[in-house]
Design a protein around this ligand. Sequence first.
Ligand code: PMV
Length: 312
Amino acid sequence: MISAHAPGKVILFGEHAVVYGRPALAVPVHQVNVTVRIYPIQGHVAGQILLQAPQIGYSDWLHSADSEHPLAKATYLTLQKISASAFDSIRMEISSTIPIASGLGSSAAVSIAIIRALSKHFAAPLAPEDQSRIAYEVEKLQHGSPSGVDNTVIAYEKPVFFTAGEEPKPFSIGAPFHLVIADTGISSATGEAVAKVRSNWQKEREYHEALFDQIGEIARLAQRAIRDGQIHVLGPLMNHNQVLLEALGVSSPELERLIDVCRKAGALGAKLSGGGLGGNIIALVEAHTSQEIVHALRTAGASLTILTKVGE
Ligand code: PMV
């Protein structure tokens, strides 16, 4: 048996605006991940792959699966890339601790873990840029115009300053900082939030372009602050980014309730992370208040909380 993993991710700054060419900052989150295990199938006709994801009740042979199903597509594209043809049949089992449709990069992580497992099984190593490129093709199934930030940060497993169409820029972290991630428990398809922003943008282009510009500027300021270890600047930048996300129409009462709870419990700043309309919030916290904030979020009904240190 061989196994491979891929982490979750959070977007620190810049979601949605990144779809319109502005930069975003994202970091991997190793506390949650996807695992893919590959087992040989003895005594079976050669060249077949059984795909299984018990958590979502999925089990199908690759040759009979819908080729546009994300699990099948990631598998096909990888087999094509590594030119795997004649091989003994295998069973590929996918399991995940990343909540689905919640802004933590579940779909991209599933693709990257499949890509890594197959390339390991066939002893055909794939560089992060190749992993990212394949996963990007699969991300297109989620919504028509993904920026590529999720597949990039997960494939590279490094903090990235990302602009669509440009080489991702890993960025250095001047001083580590603590984040609390909290899930509203409300799943929300990224495609829906992206479609909502697009429809609003089509109605009022100038206004939305101005919002995207401001979000992009926040991402640039945040990157410099992180590089220089000026962590105190990030809290107000998160709060400002949240106001702009609210103006884009992708926040929700549940997200705002958790944001309010952690600010009141001492967080330096907080915002939604990812597509929004549900899913997760992130909060910048100090080490000495982090446990209290986690407790307050749990009491307020967060379905999952993660405390993570960025830059370790
Ligand atoms: O919700 P997530 O984790 O898929 O993040 C989506 C980020 C967006 O900027 C909203 C979309 C994109 O393609 O970048």
